[in-house]
Design a protein around this ligand. Sequence first.
Ligand SMILES: [Zn+2]
Length: 123
Amino acid sequence: MDAEKLKQIKTQLLEEEKRLTQELGQFADRSTHNTDDFNAKFPQFGDKYDENASEVATYSDELGTEHTLEKELRDVTDALKKIEDGKYGICKYCHKPIDEKRLLARPASSACISCKKQLTQEI
Ligand SMILES: [Zn+2]
């Protein structure tokens, strides 16, 4: 992959990292031990029974969202780390280069299309 494309991908990844961190920050606190880990804040609507019930419902929604965003964020930071290490664009399963078009469309990809296909068929 040429330096120009890599630079473009890095910019995309950094923007993605910023967006995900901001989204997570709206309802979760970043863990002090592990910067990749966020903990959803328990919402406070009030002390009435129905308010408590909505708090629990909101909290469980947040946990789901938190999990998804955290995973995306981890993929993005992993990809950025790989760029730093000069190992970006290599499939983590078969260790072959990932198709450039795929990387440009989804810069945080860590597996090539054929490995990804195999994985999703197994699930
Ligand atoms: Zn592969």
